[in-house]
Design a protein. Structure first.
Length: 512
């Protein structure tokens, strides 16, 4: 029995049953229903049939209900696909062209860009200089010029350097009292004073400077015309007033007439525990080491004694050359000097504070050698003598350190390197830990005239068993003559020395 098909009118939605083979019309609206009658499909095996989609979909235009399998509405024949939302078109206004800059605005912009470029380049250059440019640890100051590079000596008062020297252009002794520890004229000015004339034969015999118990500088030197030991005493702490400087002839005493006098050579002076100056010096005429103990701060009167002398007065040089005097903890003076007769370095221990007598012992002696030239001498903690000197047999700089205050044994070590050239003019100071600092001048191998190099060695122990390699302080010209190294209380290391290239008194300092 054939079953009737149930259809719905796509126009009015009326339900109708249609028999097979019938071509009916809708009874409500006369719509031809045979258009919507399902047609039979060809038979196929059951296993090949695919399930048809089920459900309905509503037309968005006429709201008619349609099978889900249709693509067009049975009523209005419009597409049953979901409507796409149409975006509203956006219209943008065109960007107006920028107005041209005025001439003033262009100038301002160029100026701003130029300043920004200069600032950038300056910062870049500063960074390159700070991080990449090789820097020197030492800072240099030219203190005086015009052949002012000879017979340099230095001390300090309240951490400020005081330097005596000879100006060979007018053969005078001068003094400079620095205005600050670095002698920097941009911080505070130094005070320069001409003290006295040396005479025509006075150059090259050394000067020595100290600050008396009255706070006034005092300088000892040799008058070449008189062949005498002289002392110039300043009348104020800065030695500013030349009219207050008092110059006294110490040996021979002022007023003594002696044509054969030739003394006051290579003087070394300190202030004793009695607050009076005491001076060690060489008497060339007698070939002797002498001591002058001043009776007042200006040294208008002095007690003079001979501590050691040559056995043969006709021998050139003799005894007492390159003397250096220091005061021990017991208040007694000690003098280290060279005996040119025996080619030895000696130590004289004074028996009293005036040093009228002394016990002399040999510190350095070796057959075939010539030690003791340019002696520099300090007392390390424990009153241990430490001596540096130039040995002319090998032109080297040597350090001799006593193993005890009695100096019964001495250790010796060379500080410079023979392959670097010949050396001279050593000086020594102790840093805040009692370790030696040694400065000296060196000539390059094969260079007889053009160059002199100022170097420094920093020791790690009192005997310099461990020490830094000699480091260059200044190699600009012929430098390093008669250097004097000092360690200041603020930790700075300073060196006063002569520059023979331009006759300049130079000062170098290194911050801690």
């Amino acid at each position: 029995m054939t079953m009737a098909s149930v259809v719905f009118c796509p126009q009015c939605g009326r339900r109708a049953e249609v028999e097979p083979g019938e071509q009916p019309f809708c009874r409500g609206c006369d719509y031809p229903l045979f258009w919507v009658i399902p047609r039979a499909r060809p038979s196929q095996p059951v296993e090949d049939l695919e399930p048809e989609p089920t459900g309905t979909v509503q037309c968005a235009s006429c709201l008619a209900i349609n099978p889900v399998t249709r693509t067009l509405c049975v009523r209005c024949a419009r597409s049953l696909a979901p409507l796409q939302v149409r975006m509203r078109r956006q219209w943008s206004e065109p960007t107006p062209a920028p107005e041209p800059l005025t001439r003033r605005q262009r100038i301002i912009r160029a100026a701003v860009l130029g300043l920004a470029g200069i600032l950038f380049l300056s910062v870049f250059a500063a960074l390159v200089f700070y991080f990449l440019w090789p820097r020197h640890d030492w800072v240099f100051v030219d203190l005086d010029s015009g052949e002012a590079s000879w017979d340099v000596a230095a001390t300090q008062v309240r951490g400020v350097p005081v330097i005596s020297y000879v100006n060979a252009s007018d053969l005078t002794v001068r003094i400079v009292v620095c205005g600050n520890p670095a002698c920097d004229p941009n911080v505070s000015a130094s005070t320069y004073t001409t003290l006295a004339s040396l005479g025509t034969r006075g150059q090259g015999n050394g000067t020595t400077v100290a600050v008396g118990s009255d706070g006034y500088p005092i300088v000892a030197f040799r008058d070449g015309d008189r062949g005498a030991l002289m002392v110039a005493h300043c009348g104020d702490p800065l030695c500013r007033d030349r009219g207050l400087v008092r110059v006294v002839q110490v040996d021979p005493p002022d007023g003594t007439e002696d044509a054969d006098v030739d003394t006051g050579i290579q003087a070394s002076m300190v202030i004793g525990t009695d607050n009076l100056p005491i001076i060690a010096y060489h008497d060339r005429e007698r070939g002797a080491l002498k001591i002058a103990h001043c009776e007042d701060t200006a040294c208008t009167q002095a007690t003079i004694a001979i501590l050691d002398r040559t056995a043969n007065a006709s021998t050139p040089g003799g005894v007492g050359l390159d003397p250096v005097i220091r005061i021990g903890r017991d208040g007694l003076p000690l003098v280290v000097f060279r005996d040119d007769d025996q080619k030895t370095v000696k130590l004289a221990r004074c028996s009293d504070r005036v040093c009228t007598r002394a016990v002399v012992s040999v510190l350095v002696s070796e057959a075939g050698r010539d030690p003791g030239h340019g002696i520099a001498f300090v007392l390390a903690p424990g009153d241990i003598p430490v001596i540096v000197h130039n040995d002319w047999s090998d032109n080297g700089i040597w350090i001799a350190t006593c193993t005890s205050a009695a100096c019964s044994e001495v250790s010796k070590r060379r500080l410079d390197r023979a392959e670097d050239g010949t050396s001279a003019d050593p000086s020594i100071a102790l840093d805040g830990h009692g370790r030696p600092l040694i400065a000296f001048r060196q000539k390059l191998p094969g260079d007889e005239r053009a160059s002199r190099i100022l170097k420094i060695v920093e020791c790690e122990d009192i005997a310099c068993a461990k020490a830094s390699a000699p480091a260059i302080v200044d190699d600009n010209g012929r430098v390093g003559y008669v250097s004097t190294v000092q360690w200041l209380p603020n930790g700075e290391v300073t060196i006063a020395y002569g520059d023979a290239t331009g006759g300049v008194l130079k000062f170098a300092f290194k911050a801690p």
